[in-house]
Design a protein around this ligand. Structure first.
Ligand code: ZN
Length: 177
């Protein structure tokens, strides 16, 4: 799946509202060297509102990705439902260094930009920080005892930083076993 598909050529677009739909195949993610996506049922509905100097893009990102649970390694479907925005300024001004990433500066000569990287970033932002199957510990794939041990190993400093009843219970549990 080539990223060329995500080129936006402004000269071919009339001013006003325009609608596009993209389907993301697993190969889309390989363009970014991401091999964690095993399957993809993702649809991006893009509303593009164009005027002479400004293009507003609204991405409605919906569907699911087949990932591996980071806790029990079982394959699961991660639902994704997210809205992201991008603004393109058509100007010969330079983009200020401190300006946010969500604004693209495009000179009048350029006329074309690619939204592939942006879509990739938006999808990743829409994913939870820790990617786990639903209700870890309640599914047969997720072994509760294993999860408890992994949790403790992955947060070695937690009991110093914030004393938490759960951690001392876990420690007792582990030391009694
Ligand atoms: Zn799991």
């Amino acid at each position: 799946m080539s990223l060329k598909e995500f080129d936006i050529e402004l000269s071919k677009i009339r001013n006003g509202q325009n609608h596009y739909t993209y389907r993301l195949e697993p190969a889309f993610f390989e363009n970014f060297d991401n091999h964690t996506v095993k399957s993809s049922n993702m649809e991006i509905a893009l509303e593009l509102d164009k005027s002479d100097r400004l293009v507003n893009l609204r991405f409605n990102i919906k569907g699911s990705l087949g990932l591996d649970c980071e806790k029990c390694l079982a394959a699961y479907q991660q639902p994704v439902d997210h809205v992201s925005f991008l603004i393109v300024k058509i100007t010969d001004e330079e983009q200020p260094k401190d300006e946010e990433d969500e604004i693209i500066y495009l000179s009048r000569k350029e006329n074309c930009f690619n939204i592939g990287q942006h879509i990739y970033d938006f999808v990743l932002l829409a994913l939870p920080f820790v990617k786990t199957c639903t209700e870890p510990g309640n599914l047969p794939e997720c072994d509760r005892e294993m999860l408890a041990k992994l949790e403790l190993l992955s947060h070695p400093d937690t009991n110093e930083a914030e004393p938490d009843e759960r951690w001392s219970k876990l420690k007792d549990f582990l030391s009694n076993n």
